[in-house]
Design a protein around this ligand. Sequence first.
Ligand SMILES: [Zn+2]
Length: 439
Amino acid sequence: MNIVHCVWNFTLDGVAHQVVLQRKPFASYEILHNGKQVYKGEPSWLVLGLSHIFQVEEHKFEVGAVPGPYLMDYVLRVDGNFVYLNKSQEKVFSKNIAKNLEYQSDWEKLAKILGLKYQPHLESDYAFRHRIVGYFSKFPVVAGVGSKPMGNVSVPGFFIGIQHYPLDDEKIEQIKKSDSLKQFFKSVKTHQAHLEIDPSFTSIFVPFQGKINEMGRSTVIQDFLEMITHFLYPPHQKCQGNDCKNPFSKTLNFVIINGSPWLMCADCIAEIPNEHKKMEQEYRQAPLNLGRGVLYGAAVATIGAILLALSIIFFDRLAGVFAFFMYAYVFMAMDKAKMKRTLISVVLAGVISIFGVMFGVYLGTVGYALKEREIIFSLIELWNIFLRLIQSEVFPQMVFINIIGMVLYGFYGLYAQRQYLKQAFNPKVEVIKNLNRPE
Ligand SMILES: [Zn+2]
């Protein structure tokens, strides 16, 4: 039984050809040409897409999957021309699918111009799949469509990552202040572009201005690569594995680890899972930083309480908003203090922020009463206000809003971090084959 089964029969230069694409349940795609297997993918639940190119004499055959109006549609192109399964497929194609493929060919063209290889990330949604990898002059480069969390939303855009010879701090400053970089930022018309320069790795993320797909035509990637490589030297032809025994003597592979390009020997690539297991252990053994976290959190809660009190005294109730944001700020302060994000820290941030809010409400009420001359300053009056407050509906309300903040911010933050760590400790490693470094 096949869950995918497509058969294309056609003639080329008077010779009959048959291409079959099939996929069995729990298995990956398989492609046959004239009865002979030309491709078999790794069995994986994750693989959503397919893009395979093979050569038949002087002809380029390309089998791929593109999202159609309902389900995936499978396409065969021979030397860039579609071969249709039937009339109805031709009809569907002329509409939406052709457009999707056009974006893909934009990326393929870009790859060609830059001397890179179109290597779609098949585990991503179609719009986020396009990616080009390889050597730009002698720099290992990965670029494509991706997304980056900004605040609480994930923004789509381009990413570009370049490996280079290590830079010193002075050089990094010089690049950051350079006119050509300023010019580049001006040309992409966004203030959100996110540039990071590490000693040996430079990356940029440029959010999209328009629709995702239309960006395939953009020259952002080309402009950036041409601009930035003027400042850089290519990395040494040396294995970049952490503890490589023979960094200079081995054949190097171009490998993408969690989206970043590296050059490594086969031994070091095999070591990657162990290396990350070690990192995970170190993380687990790292101190919780509880004291520091609580101190930072309490300091922020105190400032928040004073602001809250002032808002009650002068504007008469903005307390609800503060109760919500108090949680977020305490949480961020604990992160700043490098307190490990755990269930304990999420709950502690809640407790601290509730105390902060209560303290603020109390201060505010006292201040308000004094301002309006409802009370005279005495310990008895201060105690009375406290008693009245804890019996009122104000505190339960604050606790309720605080809990909303805790769920939205704390638990989400914890979840996001778990996801991040999971990826960091179980990196995705892709070895890109058939790439030649230019001499
Ligand atoms: Zn190595």
